[in-house]
Design a protein. Structure first.
Length: 394
């Protein structure tokens, strides 16, 4: 099910635009994941301290495995029981998360729910065949567990990758550096494909790493950032052929974007965008509102998940003067960063690579199998917004 608050679809577009802004914001549910010794405990404290100063309370869903072990459950002794144990843990995890998200809605204060690991973390500790068997037996779709339950996934990279001298073991954390690094990669892969999958790596000292985590949460909640995390976009050369590449583990999606007729919200001209994101038989839908700008980085700031019924109703209000934008998106991990390769299909064909980074050289930022023509981070013609409003020859 979708956690975002559903609103009436029968109202005029102007009221829809206002509805996104004026009512109390929905409760955001965010997974904080990563390998051993990544700094999650410190990050939760950092988030609580900063957000509380803004009048936002942080509700933390504790790590289930740690809670079970602390409560006397011999988890390590019964893990070999396989699917029955994994099923019970997954159901418990989802029930606890739902309880936290449901209860805080009764509070008059604004909340964000931080899950210390989510339901898919167990995938990193389970043979893939066994995990798929659990999904099949319970009638669960992997894409639904990944995308419909969480507004964002923040992956804190283990100190075992890039900060090895700070890696420490304790009574619960017994993995070697090599084992911790492998678990980190598996945790990242478990959520690969989530539309808001952020990474806080160890290319900086620990304090800036915490700053990255905070900024990801602030960005999701439409609050001013402590430090800007820039999204960089690169145009791929026409010589690139996807079918000749030996891709790393990746997820593929079909994305379709429709722009709504412009409406006024308050003092600003608002533009709406509907997005469908399909993978196999599973689809998720989003609605965004913002001011038309030359750069999408400052435009898509108010976004919410919507049910398919609302998506279909709002599609009747699309701006027929604007182009429908379609693309195929492939996401994968490279040096603990999320890379998105977007092959635009309509109304114009080209390939854009996206990655969040401040200043890394392109040669170190992107894999060599992506031949880059130029950086287009500030060129509106290569954004979905620019494509929707431009005219192209048939």
């Amino acid at each position: 099910h979708t956690r975002s608050i559903s609103r009436s679809v029968a109202c005029p577009l102007e009221k829809m635009a206002t509805a996104v802004v004026d009512p109390p914001p929905p409760v955001r549910v965010i997974v904080l994941t990563g390998g051993p010794c990544a700094g999650k405990t410190s990050a939760v404290a950092h988030l609580s301290k900063h957000l509380s100063s803004l009048g936002i309370r942080v509700a933390v869903v504790p790590e289930l495995a740690t809670s079970l072990i602390s409560g006397g459950v011999p988890l390590f002794e019964i893990e070999h029981c396989g699917v029955p144990v994994k099923t019970l843990m997954a159901k418990a995890q989802m029930q606890i998360e739902d309880m936290y998200a449901g209860l805080v809605k009764f509070s008059s204060a604004r909340h964000v729910v931080i899950c210390d690991r989510g339901v898919l973390d167990e995938r990193a500790y389970t043979p893939e065949e066994e995990y798929q068997e659990m999904l099949t037996q319970n009638g669960w779709e992997l894409a639904d567990l990944r995308e419909r339950r969480y507004d964002a996934v923040i992956h804190m990279v283990s100190a075992a990758i890039g900060a090895e001298k700070y890696y420490e073991t304790n009574e619960v954390r017994k993995e070697s550096v090599e084992e911790a690094a492998e678990l980190d990669r598996k945790c990242a892969a478990a959520y690969l494909g989530h539309p808001r999958h952020f990474f806080a790596d160890n290319t900086t000292s620990f304090k800036p790493k915490l700053g990255k985590v905070l900024n990801y949460v602030l960005e999701l909640m439409d609050l001013p950032l402590v430090q800007e995390a820039r999204e960089r976009r690169f145009l791929v050369s026409d010589s690139f052929h996807e079918d000749t590449v030996e891709w790393p583990q990746n997820e593929e999606f079909a994305v379709e974007m429709h722009f709504l007729s412009q409406a006024t919200s308050g003092q600003k001209e608002e533009l709406g965008r509907l997005t469908s994101r399909t993978q196999g038989k599973s689809a998720t839908y989003f609605c965004s509102f913002g001011r038309e700008d030359a750069s999408e980085r400052s435009w898509l700031v108010r976004e919410r998940s919507i049910p398919v019924e609302e998506y279909m109703a709002m599609k009747t209000m699309v701006d027929s003067a604007r182009n429908v934008v379609k693309k195929k998106t492939r996401t994968f991990l490279y040096h603990s960063r999320m890379i998105s390769v977007n092959r635009y299909l309509t109304p114009r064909k080209f390939v854009i690579v996206e990655v969040k980074d401040d200043s890394t050289a392109v040669s170190d930022l992107l894999p060599s199998f992506l031949p880059i023509d130029k950086e287009v981070s500030d060129e509106a013609q290569y954004t979905s917004l620019g494509l929707s409003s431009a005219s192209f020859d048939a």
